[in-house]
Design a protein around this ligand. Sequence first.
Ligand SMILES: *Cc1c(COP(=O)(O)O)cnc(C)c1O
Length: 330
Amino acid sequence: MTEHSMPLPTYDDVAAAAQRLSGVAHHTPVMRCTAIDEQLGAKLFFKCENLQRTGAFKFRGAYNALAQFTDAQREGGVLTFSAGNHAQAIALSARLLDMPALIVMPEDAATSKMAATRDYGAQVVTYNRHTEDREAISRQLARERGMTLVPPFDHPHVIAGQGTAALELLQEVPDLDYLFVCLGGGGLLAGSLLAAQALAPQCKVIGVEPATANDAQQSLRAGHIVTIDHPQTIADGAQTQSLGVLTYPIIRDHVEDIITVSDEQLIQALRVFAGRMKITVEPTGALAFAGVQAFSGEDTGAKLLHGERVGVIVSGGNVDLARYSRFLAD
Ligand SMILES: *Cc1c(COP(=O)(O)O)cnc(C)c1O
């Protein structure tokens, strides 16, 4: 079955995913920060997926997908293409469920990422991202080796799993006025929308993308999926070229708005996380909070979030320490 013939996930799928993840994924903390609340005149609730297993929410979707494999699929194992957090999420999930995993990564991916993925027990196959098509390679390898492909966002079980972060936040803080969620391919945002619709229909969900990778914002305006070929941003988890055939319709139908932030705004947000909240957040993980700051109009005096209760998903904390320390320093 291809993604195209797969049904859209629903809230029931998110609730079922939460059951599967119970006792396996961390129930991550919701952090508060008085200094930030005072500055914005709002109450912020940070759902800290930087403290999730493998350092990002991606573990939720990956484990939820692999836990639903048939016995035959388990035997063949899982394959995916990713240079980032999805690779580690699949690798750990496969290890926990005792199945083989093969990850297709660009040959110039950071050696630390390849090592982390191998440390979780996965096999890594590399390709040249300038001359080869990773999806074609992945599909061919999956056929040859009898493995099941689990893509990073456009899969109903992945979307449902990602929605469990927002589900936990909304169960803990039900009366949110806003929820800010970052997006690349839109798995996290689509899952969050399913959770919010069911648990907090009053809550306005805002998607946040890098300004240079605003394909989703453009897609909503155009009324069809828009692709940006080589988006350049420090938010590497949001460098996806486009939304997927499953994530697009969910986002189109339910999101309040999609806003953008600059790399400079992301760096400022990283500094607030490190300095004020004492947490390590990767650039992509800072998108939602940078979006809150931009949206609030705090600098222009508009103060759009004044008195509001605002959820913020902090999506990940996997940083290259040398690069991260440069962001904090200058
Ligand atoms: C993958 C990822 C994203 C983007 O998630 P999508 O489901 O592709 O929208 C955001 N932040 C982090 C840390 C990620 O790893």
